[in-house]
Ligand binder design. Structure first.
Ligand SMILES: [Zn+2]
Length: 336
């Protein structure tokens, strides 16, 4: 069987005609397999959804319990038969519950990695390399220029800034699923044990992470109390980046805007967003991690999606490894 007969791109996303399912479809479909809860991968309105328990929980938190007619939870490594096609889920190391999905029939195995990273992250299960014939990799940071620094060293920049500007409220922008909890965990691991204040948009997901055993320390809502505006002097407030563009942010004392994202590598992006303290903390592979992963898995073929497809395809070809871009549309990562 040619790999394309098992899985191929369609306008709704990757489709497996034998199993009659889509992976991370961008439109409502009858049966969806979902890699993780970011909104560009996990959408509401599918007939049936197969995903990890944590991804299903996260979808219910974000879209409501009725996000699908029928859900099925996949355990790590459990082989599930979907209309004669075997599928199994393995950790992707991207956010809580994030999975790679292996799709197998007649001895041919394709692994859809979804979004993934290789760096240490105590807020989710670490990426597990799965041997396969075709490896589908993301390429969000798929250019040789992208090297992500040590996330703890980045976090220590924030703590140094608080010591330097003890009167200023440090507003840290972080996407609400995954990045926010990882940043809070990093701040704790760097020795900061004071209360961290969070924007209301993060509350449900932070509570969920804690319920799954991810310690985040003392969190309180970042509600300004008129009685004591000084409460936030020198405090850390974590919120979705969009919140810092509106009036909400201006209520704090001399706010210092920070933003945790892989894109903070690109100085111009930080400048445009008015970010005073960019923190390069990414939940995706950088260029060396992409290459390391492809070498380690050593597939027969690589399909590249999400982001800078051409550079990685070219690199594979130079290694004598067949590769092609998938040109899927609709994936603008929510949690870079
Ligand atoms: Zn993602």
């Amino acid at each position: 069987m040619k790999p394309e007969a098992l899985l191929h791109p369609t306008p709704a996303g990757l489709f497996c005609p034998l199993g009659k399912f889509h992976v991370d479809p961008v439109r409502p479909v009858e049966r969806a397999l979902i890699t993780h809860g970011h909104s560009d991968h996990a959408r509401a309105g599918h007939g049936k959804v197969l995903a990890t328990r944590q991804t299903l929980d996260i979808m219910a938190l974000r879209y409501g319990e009725d996000f699908t007619r029928s859900e099925q939870a996949a355990e790590w490594g459990e082989v599930i038969d979907v209309d004669g096609v075997s599928v199994h889920f393995h950790p992707a190391g991207h956010v809580l519950g994030s999975a790679q999905i292996a799709i197998e029939r007649d001895g041919l195995r394709i692994v859809v990695s979804g979004d993934y990273k290789r760096g240490v992250d105590p807020t989710c299960a670490p990426f597990q390399p799965v041997p396969c014939d075709v490896f589908i990799t993301e390429a969000t940071f798929g250019l040789p220029v992208f090297h992500h620094p040590d996330p703890k060293a980045e976090t220590r920049k924030l703590l140094a800034s608080i010591r330097q500007f003890p009167e200023r409220t440090h507003l840290v922008g972080a996407y609400s699923l995954g990045k926010a909890q990882r940043v809070i965990r990093l701040i704790r691991d760097c020795g900061y044990d004071k209360t961290i204040f969070i924007h209301g948009a993060l509350a449900k997901l932070c509570d969920y992470y804690v319920s799954q055993g991810i310690e985040l320390g003392e969190l309180r809502p970042a509600t300004i109390e008129k009685k004591d505006p000084s409460a936030f002097h020198g405090a850390i407030v974590v919120g979705p980046p969009s919140a810092f563009q509106d009036r909400w942010a201006r209520r704090f004392n001399e706010p210092l805007i920070s933003f945790a994202s892989g894109w903070m590598m690109v100085r111009q992006r930080a400048k445009q967003g008015g970010v005073e303290l960019p923190l390069v903390i990414s939940d995706h592979c950088d260029w060396p991690e992409l290459l390391e992963t492809i070498r380690e898995i050593s597939p027969q073929e690589v399909w590249v999606t999400h982001g800078r497809e051409e550079a990685l395809v070219r690199w594979c070809e130079l290694q004598g490894l067949p590769a092609k871009p998938l040109h899927l549309v609709g994936y603008e990562d929510e949690g870079d």
